[in-house]
Design a binder for this molecule. Structure first.
Ligand SMILES: NC(=O)c1ccc[n+]([C@@H]2O[C@H](COP(=O)([O-])OP(=O)(O)OC[C@H]3O[C@@H](n4cnc5c(N)ncnc54)[C@H](O)[C@@H]3O)[C@@H](O)[C@H]2O)c1
Length: 252
């Protein structure tokens, strides 16, 4: 209990899936979580249920970052953590990825992570330090054929994270920056992909839990527990690291 007590933490894309699980686990461990999402209805409802704060945000809009960080500063006067988690995963290979899809994926993943880190560092410097977690993927480590733009963006997030980590260390800012690389985890994003790619409707299965386990798919809490560790002071000596949460999928 209280592993992140009183820390003020922003989680993007928090209305669903991994961001929602992060919010639940961080709140349970004492943090004051500011959830942001492009979906205000789901976000607001979840925030009320959990006891967190919700702000509507399209992370791919640069000016939204000033608005979110100003609001956090006004309400809490500090920022201790940021999880750049919001994402989309359109299915398209090198042969069928349109420029529009490419730009949208880069906007939501790469641009947003860049703006998120930049604006968080400004506020964290005032608070004397902090921890940033950038949600990447095993797609950054191996490359996935049906996810061309997504793999490229997640690879960029991986190396951007390391550049930020070393900058913050060199400048003595007390800010750590790490990336998390989940394999397949049971969230709406993956349920949609399973239907399209392998024809399995996981949630319509007679026993979804049994099928999930048989398919080697993890639970959102498996990732949320890693995020919790990286945002807590337990990971004070960890920065620039790529934390893989994939049950060994990329090892075999
Ligand atoms: N689920 C997995 O297996 C898996 C694996 C590796 C990486 N990831 C990454 O984890 C993150 C979360 O994925 P998830 O599986 O929970 O997906 P999800 O679809 O369940 O949730 C994504 C959330 O992001 C929000 N969002 C989308 N576009 C946004 C925007 N422009 N601005 C703000 N919010 C926006 C959505 O409204 C949604 O609430 C993503 O970055 C994803 O790439 C997921």
């Amino acid at each position: 209990m209280n592993r992140v007590k009183d820390k003020v933490i922003v989680v993007t894309g928090a209305a669903s899936g991994l961001g929602l699980a992060d919010t639940r686990v961080l709140t349970r461990e004492g943090a004051q979580v500011v959830m942001t999402d492009i979906d205000p209805e789901a976000g607001q409802a979840q925030a009320e249920d959990i006891g967190a704060t919700f702000i509507t945000q399209d992370v791919s809009n640069e000016s939204s970052w000033d608005r979110v960080m100003s609001e956090v500063d006004k309400r809490f006067g500090r920022l201790d953590g940021l999880v750049n988690n919001a994402g989309i995963a359109p299915i398209a290979t090198i042969e069928d990825t349109t420029t529009e899809v490419w730009r949208r994926v880069m906007g939501i993943h790469l641009d947003a992570t860049f703006w998120g880190c930049q604006s968080a560092i400004k506020l964290m410097k005032q608070s004397g330090g902090g921890s940033i977690v950038n949600m990447s993927s095993t797609a950054a480590l191996v490359g996935l054929a049906p996810y061309l733009a997504y793999s490229a963006a997640k690879g960029g997030i991986r190396s951007m994270t390391k550049s930020i980590a070393i900058h913050c260390r060199t400048e003595g800012l007390g800010i750590r920056c790490n990336s998390v690389h989940p394999g397949s985890i049971s969230t709406p994003m993956v349920h949609k992909a399973l239907k399209t790619l392998v024809g399995t409707d996981l949630m319509a299965e007679e026993d979804p839990e049994k099928t999930r386990k048989a398919m080697g798919i993890g639970e959102p809490e498996d990732v949320a527990n890693m995020v919790l560790y990286l945002l807590s002071d337990e990971s004070k000596h960890v920065t620039g690291a790529e934390m893989v949460v994939d049950n060994g999928d990329t090892v075999i």
